[in-house]
Design a protein around this ligand. Structure first.
Ligand code: AMP
Length: 395
């Protein structure tokens, strides 16, 4: 079943209750300012379309950080309300609480158009999918819109339970639709060759994604600290690199399961004597006992780039090294450059890989850069998410 989009919905004169993912990073020091506005920027087209289509009110819901069901003003949505107002050129009223009795009165006022409910995770019912809370917030709107792809893997009151009060009146926002269409295209008949690049810190974090990718792709390029357990499992020495016994055992299983020889591993490395220390070129496969691998080397960059240049579909998740340090960022940046120069259908799946692609300055050259870290990987693993299921079929 297709997701119902706001593009096809009758919105004229309707009060819309809309869930967004405004969980943006904030500066550590006061006054707390937003350090990356991308998640809000990505939601703006949905808000604009709702207004263009004649919504009488838009009541926006979001979480920010992990206040664990208690009011903690460190996580107030105030900076988000200010940024939204500035971006939309309109007043945005921030309610004191998502269950503030004043919200209903506010919605009676003709001049009130945009209301942002204070952080929904200030309330203990949100993460418990409490139906009383879901019912309360559902009473603010005639229709429900979910544009919070980044929270769609959660069964929470405002992403899941709330759907039960909007039978046939629940719609996907533009971002949600774009995310599901792009990630869905990887799962359903992707153009071949399909090459995936998986990096990052731990095999155990992404084991399910790797298993799924082994079924879908023609070639699986492994980089980052993720590569060392695979190398060790093959008898290569990894020195002091990040490499747990648990991950070596998982890597062994994956190598055994890889009957088609799809998995490719680094041939050389950039190492250091200590974490983030001076870079050392390690031209061979084996890493000396006193060193740790912190990036892929030039031979690996060349081999991986050659695979990527032949691809018609690319999925990338996880950096190729300690990319936050410029001495160990070359592998990650080179992969970003190579993918950005191809014409293939390319998807970057959430988390640190998005930060890496943004750091490379090439984000606009990718077909899709997912806004959801956990959500995009879960969607790839299972082909569904609770928040999306609920939108399609109700609760
Ligand atoms: P993940 O969230 O699993 O994608 O992991 C991303 C993190 O892995 C980033 O902070 C990278 O700096 C880190 N990382 C990648 N490669 C290495 C490596 N070789 N050694 C240590 N950390 C790494």
């Amino acid at each position: 079943m297709q997701l119902k989009s706001i593009q096809d919905a009758d919105i004229k004169g309707k009060k819309v209750i809309a869930r967004f993912d405004f969980n943006v990073p904030l500066s550590k020091t006061e006054p707390r300012t937003i350090t990356d506005t991308s998640r809000i920027d990505e939601a703006i087209p949905t808000i604009r379309l709702l207004l263009e289509k004649g919504a009488s009110k838009i009541v926006m819901i979001s979480h920010l950080g992990r206040p664990d069901g208690k009011v903690d003003m460190k996580y107030t949505l105030e900076p988000v309300a200010e940024y939204l107002a500035q971006k939309l050129g309109a007043d945005v009223i921030l309610s004191e609480s998502a269950i503030d009795n004043g919200v209903k009165n506010l919605l009676q006022l003709p001049e009130t158009k945009l209301v942002l409910l204070e952080n929904i995770r200030f309330l203990p019912g949100e993460e418990k999918n409490d139906m009383e809370l879901a019912e309360k917030i559902s009473s603010y709107g005639d229709i429900y819109v979910n544009d919070a792809f980044g929270a769609a893997h959660r069964k929470h009151a405002s992403t899941y339970g709330i759907n039960s009060f909007f039978k046939n009146r629940a719609y996907a926002g533009l971002l949600m639709k774009k995310e599901i269409d792009s990630l869905g295209a990887l799962l359903e008949k992707p153009a071949k060759p399909f090459v995936a690049v998986i990096g990052g810190a731990k095999v155990s974090d992404k084991i399910k994604t790797i298993e799924k990718m082994l079924v879908l792709v023609d070639t699986l390029l492994i980089g980052g600290a993720m590569a060392y357990p695979f190398l060790k499992a093959k008898g290569v020495t990894v020195g002091k690199s990040l490499c747990s016994d648990e991950d070596v055992a998982l890597a062994k299983q994956l190598l055994q399961a890889d009957r088609g020889g799809k998995i490719q591993l680094p041939k050389d490395h950039v190492t250091s004597l200590e974490f983030g220390g001076a870079p050392i070129s390690c031209p061979g496969n084996n890493i000396p006992a006193d060193q740790m691998g912190l990036d892929i080397g030039p031979l690996t960059i060349k081999a991986y780039s050659d695979h990527l240049k032949t691809a018609k579909t690319v999925f990338w998740n996880g950096p190729m090294g300690l990319f936050e340090n410029k001495d160990f960022a070359k592998g990650t940046m080179s992969i970003a450059d190579t993918i950005s120069e191809t014409t293939c259908f390319s998807v970057v799946g959430g988390g640190d890989s998005v930060a890496a692609v943004q750091q490379s300055g090439k984000a606009d050259k990718f077909s899709h850069v997912s806004t959801g870290g956990g959500a995009s990987l879960e969607y790839i693993e299972r082909g569904e998410l609770p928040g999306v299921q609920a939108l399609k079929y109700g609760v």
